[in-house]
Design a protein around this ligand. Sequence first.
Ligand SMILES: Cc1ncc(C[n+]2csc(CCOP(=O)(O)OP(=O)(O)O)c2C)c(N)n1
Ligand SMILES: [Mg+2]
Length: 325
Amino acid sequence: MDAAGLLTAYERMAVIRRTEKAAHDLFLQGLVKGTTHLAAGQEAVAVGASAALRPDDYVFATYRGHHHALARGATPQECLAELMSRATGLCKAKGGSMHLTKAATGMLGSYAIVGSHLPMAVGAAWSARLRGTDQLAVAFFGDGATNIGAFHESLNLAAVWKLPVLFVCENNLYMEYTPIADVTAVPRPAADRAPAYGIPGEVVDGNDVMAVEEAVERLARRARGGDGPAVLEAATYRHFGHSRADPAAYRPAEEVERWLAHDPLDLARGRLAELGVAEATVAEADDRARAVVERAVEAAKAAPPPEPREALADVWADGGAAWRT
Ligand SMILES: Cc1ncc(C[n+]2csc(CCOP(=O)(O)OP(=O)(O)O)c2C)c(N)n1
Ligand SMILES: [Mg+2]
C-alpha cells in the first residue's frame, strides 16, 4: 500500500468511525430501535481486507458488521437509514443493524447466529469453483465463533476441497462479556486451530491497515491459485461495549488504555506522516469524512418510513425451482 492507498484507507476508516459514532448518538436519541453492535476500533480489519479484495469477491460478516458493509460499498446514508428503519435503508428497513447486506457489491450479509455464516462462505467458495471463476469468499467472525462447531466443520471441508476461502477472525479479546482466553484451550483461538486442518494460520495486527491488506492480499493470491483456504487472526479491540446495553465495565482500565493508544486511525496517521503526507492533506480527508456522515445523518432522518404495502416485497426469491437445474 503506497501513500495514496493509505490515505484512501484512512479516509474510509474515518468514515466508518464517524458512522459508528453517529449510530451510537442516534440510538441515544431514540431514533435507532432494537440493538446495535458497533465496530469502532476494528475499522482496519474491514478496510485493510477490502483493499486487497476484488469487486466480485464475496464477503460475509457478523451482527458487528457495519464496518464490513461500509468497506464493501454501502454508503453511510444507506446504513444509517437502515438502522433508523427508513424506506431508503440498505435493506429497505427489513434488515436493521444486524443484517446489513449488499449483494450487488458482494457483501452477502451480516449474520446474528454466531458461526452460522462460515459454512455459507465455504458454499460461496464452492460455487466459485463449480462456475470456474477465481472469486474468493471471505468470512469475518469474532473470537467467540472459534469455539462453535461450524467453525471447525467449515475449516475442515474448505481444507479437504482446497476451496478459495479466507477465514478472518477479529479477535477483540471478548465474546460478549467473557474473555476468550478464559474459555479457550489455546492462546490464539483462530490461528492455533488452523494447523489441525492442515492450513496456514497467521496472526496480524488488526489495527494496522497496511499489515491487514498485505496479509489478505498474500493469502487471497494463494487461495485463488488453488492452494486452498487460510485462517487470519486479526488482533483488535472494540471501543464500545458488546452492544448498546453494555457499558463494558468488566474490562480492566489499563487494558482499555493500552488499546486506545493503539488506535487504527492514529496508527495510519503516523504512517502517513512517515510517508511524507502533509498534515493538511490528512485534515482534508477528515473533513470530507465528517461532511459525508453529517449529510448521511440528515438524509436518513428526513427519509420516510417504508410503506406497509412493501412489507412482503423482497423477502423471498420467487418461490420457483429454477435454481435446482
Ligand atoms: C450460536 C449463538 N450462540 C450465542 C449467541 C449469543 N451471542 C451473541 S454475540 C455473542 C458473542 C460473540 O463474540 P465474538 O464471536 O467474539 O464476536 P464479537 O461480539 O466480539 O464481535 C454471543 C455469545 C448467538 N448469537 N449465537
Ligand atoms: Mg470477540
